[in-house]
Structures are given as structure tokens and as C-alpha cells.
Design a protein around this ligand. Structure first.
Ligand SMILES: Nc1ncnc2c1ncn2[C@@H]1O[C@H](COP(=O)(O)OP(=O)(O)OP(=O)(O)O)[C@@H](O)[C@H]1O
Ligand SMILES: [Mg+2]
Length: 363
């Protein structure tokens, strides 16, 4: 079954001097007016589970104005265990700990990972490729500690190579050395990402069919190394990537950046064979985003053997009745879920009967 959040406590975190919330096993609805601190609470939950915040704040932004340090802590319980996870912001730095012992942000999802859905995510199909890559990588990083390591090693290698490409006096043999490490890191990341994407894509299509009443969705991975990369193992990917880097070096030097590799890949969604980005209606695009998030919850449960925490920030008001019902049915399967809203009118009396409702007053 895994761990559940039993208590979240905040001290000088964002707008809160002090806050304690005890979420239920099922659905918890945080209701309150604008600027009441609902998203701040969701952000704190994400921070102590995913080890990061979707707002990508500077650490000091997390500290309440006028205070010197901030704390977000959660008590997780389940399977006869209690785990305390915590993020302190001290001297402008984030410090994570588990059961009182310092740990890295990337260690936290091992205890409990989370899937967050915000109104921005509803536009995922339309947004730039980096958002879709981040979506996949943020999931991978939480579901698999190895993925997190591979991703950060590759990101560092690309940053280093790009720095060299900006140097007009760059020594080609130095670039050769970085090409070797970029192609090895890139092949390792690509192999892991393709494996993950294969499993996720299958689920996205299945959930989409359910949400849309039978429409066919195909999900494909757009690889800057070409479609031939898709079936290769890591060694062959490394060779293919190294050859592409060598071939494009002149162009990379001109553009002062690495133009090929998994940091430039994208994923595409096809509804009835047509690209949802240019042909899908807004409703269809939103259904794809919804299906992707639900698929992430399902896949996380499969990989980790326990259900992740689902955080829905302000999305209910953005969905029509059909999609809202799909969300309610989905979370009703026993997924610990925290939903924020300004208006309980979006929720059925049935849902509210079973849910824990926490009211946030005006500040
Ligand atoms: N470090 C901080 N110190 C003090 N206040 C902060 C800090 N960071 C954010 N805030 C305040 O928190 C409030 C925003 O809270 P939050 O985003 O959680 O609101 P919300 O309840 O989600 O509102 P909405 O319904 O509009 O989404 C803002 O008024 C903002 O000024
Ligand atoms: Mg909000």
C-alpha cells in the first residue's frame, strides 16, 4: 500500500507563520479565496515528496517575508512505518532530511513520490518541447533514483560542452573529450527515457480512450537522432550520438550550443492520426494532459508498488463536467489526493461527503 501523508506542518513557509494540515487517506479539498495560501500548501507537499517545487523558486522566496528560515515537514505513515520528511530553508539554502538525517532532494521520492497537476499543465500539448521533456524527466527522476543521476550527469555534460562551444579559441581535442562524455551520458539517458516513455505512452492511450469515450490516441517520441535510434541499445545509441555530434560540430560551433541529443527531443500526441498540437481542439488537448497525469499515477504505482500522492492545484474549475467526473472516478480508486479550489461548487455532494475539507481564510 505504501505511505500516506498524515500531517503537514509549515513554519515561516511562504505566507504561513504556522500551519498544520492533516490530510485524509482519500481526498482532501483545500478551499479558500485567492491568495489564501492553497498553492503554497500544495507546493510544500510537493517539496517534501518530489524534492522540488514546480514554481522553481529561489530558496529565499520560500521563506516568509521578515523571517530568517522556513520549514516544511510531513509525517508519512503506512505499512507499519512512520517516516518524517522535511525541507528547511536556512541561509538561502534548501536542506532536506528524512527521519532526522540529512539527505538529498532526489532521495525523498523513495519514501513517497507525487504527481502534480496545475492549470499550466493543461496546456502541455501546446507548450514548448522543453515542458514535455521536463514532464517526462520529472516523472523519471522521482520513479527511479538511477534516472535522476543519469539526467543530472548528462545535463552537466551538455552545459560544459556548450560553455566550450562559446569559446572562440576552443581546443578541438577538448571538445572531442566532451563529445565522448556527452554521447555516453546521452545514450544512457535516452535508453532510460525511451523505456519509461514506452510504458507511459501505452497507459496514456488507454486512459485517454476512457476519458474521451473511445477516441484513439497515439503517442510517439521525436528523437533528434532520428527514428533509427528508437530500437537501439545503449552502445549503439552512443555510437549514433557520437557520429551526430561529430557531423554537426561546425553547426554547433556556429550556434554555440549542442543542437542534437535527448535535451532537444520531444514527444508528440496523435489523435486519430493527426498531431493534437495543431489539430486537436482545446478540450482534446486538455484530455491528453489529464490522461498523461493519470497514466503517471498508474505507472508510478506499478514501478514503486505503492500509490503516489496526487496534487491537483486549481484544475477542477478548468475542466468540463465529463473530465471532472473522470478525475473523481480516478481518485476514487483509493489515491491520496489533495485538491485546491476557490469554490466547492465544482465538487459533487458525494465527493464532499467522503472528503476532508480544509478551509483557508483570507489573509
Ligand atoms: N515568501 C513569502 N512571504 C510572504 N508571503 C508570500 C511569500 N511567498 C508568497 N507569498 C504570498 O502568498 C500568497 C499566494 O498564496 P497562494 O499562491 O498559495 O494563493 P492561493 O490560495 O493558491 O490563491 P489562488 O486561488 O489565487 O491560486 C500571495 O499573496 C503571496 O504574496
Ligand atoms: Mg493557487
Amino acid at each position: 500500500m505504501g505511505l500516506l501523508v498524515r500531517e503537514l506542518s509549515l513554519a515561516d513557509f511562504r505566507s504561513f507563520e504556522r500551519l498544520t494540515v492533516a490530510p485524509s487517506e482519500g481526498v482532501t479539498v483545500l478551499v479558500g479565496p485567492n491568495a489564501a495560501g492553497k498553492t503554497n500548501t500544495v507546493e510544500a507537499l510537493q517539496l517534501v515528496t518530489a524534492g522540488r517545487s514546480f514554481r522553481r523558486p529561489r530558496p529565499r522566496d520560500l521563506v516568509r517575508e521578515g523571517a530568517s528560515s522556513a520549514r516544511a515537514a510531513a509525517r508519512l505513515e503506512g505499512d507499519g512505518r512512520v517516516v518524517d520528511v522535511r525541507c528547511d530553508v536556512v541561509d538561502g539554502r534548501r536542506q532536506f532530511s528524512r527521519n532526522g538525517k540529512r539527505c538529498q532532494a532526489a532521495d525523498l521520492p523513495e519514501s513517497l513520490m507525487s504527481v502534480l497537476f496545475t492549470p499550466d499543465d493543461l496546456d502541455l500539448v501546446k507548450r514548448g518541447a522543453s515542458h514535455r521533456r521536463d514532464e517526462l524527466d520529472d516523472f523519471g527522476r522521482q520513479a527511479n533514483r538511477g534516472y535522476a543521476n543519469v539526467l543530472s550527469a548528462y545535463t552537466r555534460a551538455i552545459e560544459q560542452r556548450n560553455r566550450l562551444l562559446k569559446d572562440p579559441m576552443v581546443d578541438p581535442s577538448l571538445l572531442d573529450a566532451w563529445d565522448a562524455s556527452v554521447s555516453l551520458g546521452g545514450a544512457t539517458l535516452l535508453e532510460a527515457r525511451l523505456r519509461l516513455w514506452g510504458r507511459l505512452a501505452e497507459k496514456v492511450s488507454a486512459v485517454y480512450a476512457e476519458v474521451s469515450g473511445g477516441e484513439e490516441l497515439a503517442c510517439s517520441y521525436g528523437c533528434t537522432l532520428g527514428d533509427e535510434a528508437l530500437g537501439l541499445d545503449r552502445d549503439d545509441l552512443r555510437e549514433l550520438f557520437a557520429a551526430a555530434l561529430a557531423e554537426r560540430r561546425e553547426e554547433d560551433l556556429r550556434r554555440q550550443q549542442t543542437c542534437v541529443g535527448p535535451h532537444r527531443d520531444d514527444v508528440t500526441f496523435l489523435i486519430g492520426g493527426r498531431d493534437a498540437r495543431s489539430f486537436g481542439s482545446q478540450g482534446q488537448q486538455r484530455s491528453v494532459a489529464l490522461a498523461l497525469k493519470m497514466a503517471e499515477v498508474e505507472l508510478a504505482a506499478e514501478i514503486l508498488g505503492s500509490t503516489p500522492l496526487l496534487l491537483l492545484d486549481d484544475v477542477m474549475s478548468e475542466l468540463d463536467d465529463t473530465r471532472r467526473d473522470a478525475v473523481v472516478r480516478f481518485v476514487g480508486r483509493g489515491i491520496q489526493t489533495v485538491i485546491t479550489t476557490t469554490n466547492l461548487g465544482y465538487f459533487s455532494p458525494d465527493l464532499l461527503d467522503d472528503a476532508e475539507v480544509v478551509s483557508f481564510g483570507e489573509r
